[in-house]
Design a protein around this ligand. Structure first.
Ligand code: NAP
Length: 252
């Protein structure tokens, strides 16, 4: 059954998982706001969607800034229509062992992932709850289970799971679902940066990761976009408050 066309916002959609998700939601027939820090970076994804026959706009905003979030969400409502789908995907890493982790490493990561998801969700739910339909998907991570050098990131990604469950509890009666997708290793600029940090070629880093993944490959951004397309679709209306690990195998 084709999806009812909606207005979707995908944060951090200039590249990686966010860009793949924006393209996928546009292919489902949704109008997509491609939001990223710099509008110019978001433009490439939006232009690609438009070239493929979809509808998209680029929006520049820092998701951790309350004023910019408010302006961005209202701008989407003015230019595309009332947002009904929100994917909180924007993310950064500032990896360091705890004894070397700076206050700024901590605040930046918690600020983008957790405060960003909070600010975006609070702004978007106003439209969703008054329209009686909405889908929120938050990006968690397998690192929520703990990962060396990522005290800040794993705290943020575990926080995303509790945040998601609370949104599901509060917003369900308004027709709004909230779920988290927790990717394992996905080949993007983020994992490329991790390879650089540990002094490995990206290909070697990916091959080493693939060897310990049951399906014997690392993930692609499209693997996550496919899962998000399901969770944001009509058919997922009874799925809420869940954390879905998309990691090529089970995780503890
Ligand atoms: P990515 O390639 O680094 O892309 C992240 C995007 O978020 C970038 O375009 C970045 O913009 C944007 N962004 C950063 N801070 C922002 C802010 N304050 N406001 C708006 N946009 C901001 O990352 P990815 O690998 O696609 O990851 C996407 C999401 O999946 C993240 O939440 C990440 O934690 C999660 N995840 C990824 C993996 C993986 O293996 N790749 C695994 C688990 C979870 P700039 O380029 O301007 O910084």
């Amino acid at each position: 059954m084709p999806e009812t066309p909606r207005v979707a916002i995908v944060t951090g959609a200039a590249r990686g998982i966010g860009a793949a998700t924006a393209r996928r939601l546009a292919a489902e027939g949704h109008s997509v706001a491609v939001l990223d820090l710099a509008e110019a970076d978001a433009n490439a994804t939006a232009e690609q969607i438009t070239a493929d026959g979809g509808t998209a706009i680029a929006v520049g905003a820092d998701v951790s800034d309350a004023g910019q979030v408010r302006t961005a969400v209202d701008q989407v409502a003015d230019r595309l229509g009332r947002p009904a789908i929100l994917v909180n995907n924007a993310g950064v890493i500032r990896d360091n062992m705890l004894f070397k982790m700076s206050d700024d490493d901590w605040d930046t990561v918690l600020g983008v992932h957790l405060r960003g998801a909070f600010l975006m969700s609070r702004a978007a739910q106003e439209y969703m709850t008054s329209d009686g339909w909405g889908r929120i998907v938050n990006l968690s991570s397998s690192s929520a289970l703990g990962n060396r050098g990522q005290a800040n990131y794993s705290a943020a990604k575990a926080g995303m799971q509790g945040f998601t469950k609370t949104l599901a509890v509060e917003l369900g009666k308004f027709g709004v679902t909230a779920n988290a997708v927790a990717p394992g290793f996905i080949a993007t600029d983020m994992t490329r940066a991790t390879a650089e940090r540990v002094g490995m070629e990206f290909e070697d880093f990916k091959n080493a990761a693939a060897a310990s993944i049951p399906v014997r490959r690392v993930g692609r951004p499209e693997d996550i976009a496919n899962t998000i397309a399901f969770l944001t679709g009509e058919a997922a209306g009874f799925v809420s408050g869940q954390v879905i690990y998309v990691a090529g195998g089970p995780l503890d």
